[in-house]
Ligand binder design. Structure first.
Ligand SMILES: [Zn+2]
Length: 269
């Protein structure tokens, strides 16, 4: 399946970094004795790019959607995004809760899990939700991969998710939001846009649903992109996935604030 590419436009930080690299090579060729200074500059340059990749909402390495557009915010729209599934135990119950509230959500699915549970993925789409790309394997070392491995992780997931769900994902979310400068050219090549979030409750490790909910609803307003997990959700003291406790109360909060949850692809042109 072919995906429409978009042009890769390096950010100012990437352009400056390329300038530093080129300048370093020239200085080394002309004045090899300055290698210590050149090495120091290169280390600082590398450190800045690494730090930018460790901040999930950073835009230094490339475009990064952190909120819905203004028009969607004015319509009272927020986007609930649910990562790391599909999970055969948790996802069907999440779908039922969303149905009860007539809310739509975006599921950032892992390609390999989607391949194991294709019918569950199709059910997600049948119920009016969207499936987007959360890599093929969800490796913890995703941000350390070389460009070719990143391309494999992104494009193979794109193939799997497209053929199962019947539509090509438009958005990509990096594992734990961590990435390196090579990701954005790959996303451009695959026709994807990086999407992070405006609020999260760390529900993969926070097992107190009250704390997760509090983080999500603090200063909640139109345009927010909220992050929850069905695939790797922490468990409450009663052993249930945190999302199952948080989601109904989150949707109650949205209703009280005259907000409603839509898919990313319906809110972002
Ligand atoms: Zn994830």
């Amino acid at each position: 399946m072919l995906f429409p590419c978009r042009n890769w436009k390096p950010t100012l930080a990437i352009k400056l970094s390329l300038l530093v690299l080129t300048g370093s090579v020239i200085v080394l060729l002309l004045k090899p004795a300055l290698w210590v200074w050149v090495l120091s500059v290169l280390c600082i340059n590398h450190g800045i790019l690494t730090l930018a990749g460790l901040i999930p909402r950073s835009t230094l390495l490339g475009p990064n959607i952190t909120r819905l557009p203004q028009a969607a915010a004015q319509r009272g729209e927020v986007a609930i995004t649910i990562d790391d599934g599909p999970d055969p135990e948790v996802t069907p119950r999440v779908l039922d809760i969303l149905d009860q509230y007539q809310a739509q959500a975006t599921f950032f699915c892992i390609g390999k899990l989607a391949a194991q549970h294709p019918e569950l993925c199709r059910e997600i789409v049948r119920r009016g939700h969207a499936i987007e790309n959360h890599s093929l394997s969800h490796n913890w070392y995703f941000s350390l991969l070389d460009p070719w491995s990143i391309h494999r992780e992104v494009s193979n997931a794109q193939q799997v998710l497209s053929s199962i769900s019947g539509h090509a994902p438009r958005f990509f979310r990096a594992t734990a939001g961590l990435r390196n400068p090579e990701l954005e050219p790959v996303l451009a090549h695959c026709g994807l846009r990086l999407c992070s979030w405006s609020k999260r409750g760390f529900d993969t490790r926070e097992n107190n649903p009250d704390a997760v909910l509090k983080s999500l609803v603090q200063n909640l307003k139109g345009g927010d992109i909220l992050l929850l997990h069905d695939g790797s959700s922490a468990r409450t003291a009663r052993g249930t996935a945190v999302i199952l406790d948080v989601l109904p109360r989150l949707l109650d909060n949205l209703a009280q604030a005259n907000l409603h949850s839509v898919t990313l692809r319906s809110a972002i042109p």
